[in-house]
Design a binder for this molecule. Structure first.
Ligand code: SF4
Length: 215
């Protein structure tokens, strides 16, 4: 009989492998193509994802929602937007009646949309050349909460600025600055950013023997 621990490991492995299948593919060496998901989250995280990646810990099937919807027949195809010689690649979940629609899982009842989801939706409105869009949050109790947005130029200009910054830093192999936020708590690079390695001096066998004689 399968033990509780094995059962959990099996589910975790299943979620991880489905998650890998659904991930938006990113060519780590193509600094001239930046994916929208990379610039709405912390740039440092996106830089590490390309240069020295560590697998993300997925919490459950809810985390796979958006990727699963994109794969369905009414899911959207990705689209590119040119920013000088850099391409910004966006991938909305759906376009319904000229509205861009994003689906996101939420652990709790959302009072307002998350900043990165708003940036993502707004950028999709420019990339897909649409005026209106909505984000639908689905909670684990299967409740839905919808927020609407009309496209905003200033918000998109901020995304464009971040695209240029990330592309330049990747080219110059410079790590972006920390962008501390609530998201750091779930970030797979938390230790790299915030925990300093204790400085330790390696002692030779001779030094250790000398110390024990003195004592
Ligand atoms: S821990 Fe925070 S600052 Fe560091 S990469 Fe992750 S999100 Fe960015």
């Amino acid at each position: 009989m399968m033990g509780d621990r094995d059962f959990r490991t099996t589910i975790k492995n299943a979620i991880d492998s489905i998650g890998r299948e659904l991930e938006i593919p990113i060519d780590a060496d193509d600094f001239k193509t930046i994916n929208l998901i990379e610039v709405v989250q912390c740039l440092r995280r996106s830089y590490y994802d390309r240069t020295d990646p560590k697998e993300i810990e997925r919490r459950g099937f809810n985390d796979l929602l958006s990727g699963l919807l994109r794969k369905l027949e009414y899911g959207c195809e990705p689209k590119e937007f040119s920013i000088d010689d850099v391409k910004l690649k966006g991938h909305a979940d759906m376009v319904v009646d000229d509205n861009v629609v994003l689906f996101r899982a939420s652990q709790t009842t959302p009072d307002s949309p998350h900043a990165e989801d708003l940036l993502y939706l707004n950028a999709c409105l420019w990339i897909y050349d649409k005026t209106d869009g909505m984000i639908i949050y689905i909670t684990s109790d299967r409740e839905e909460f919808t927020f609407s947005l009309t496209r905003n130029k200033k918000m998109f200009e901020e995304v464009v600025r971040r695209v240029r910054v990330l592309s330049d830093l990747l080219k110059e192999q410079k790590t972006p600055i920390l962008e501390p936020s609530q998201n750091c708590l779930d970030c797979q690079y938390y230790q790299r950013c915030f925990i300093k390695k204790a400085s330790s001096k390696q002692l030779s066998l001779g030094e250790m023997l000398g110390m024990s004689r003195e004592n």
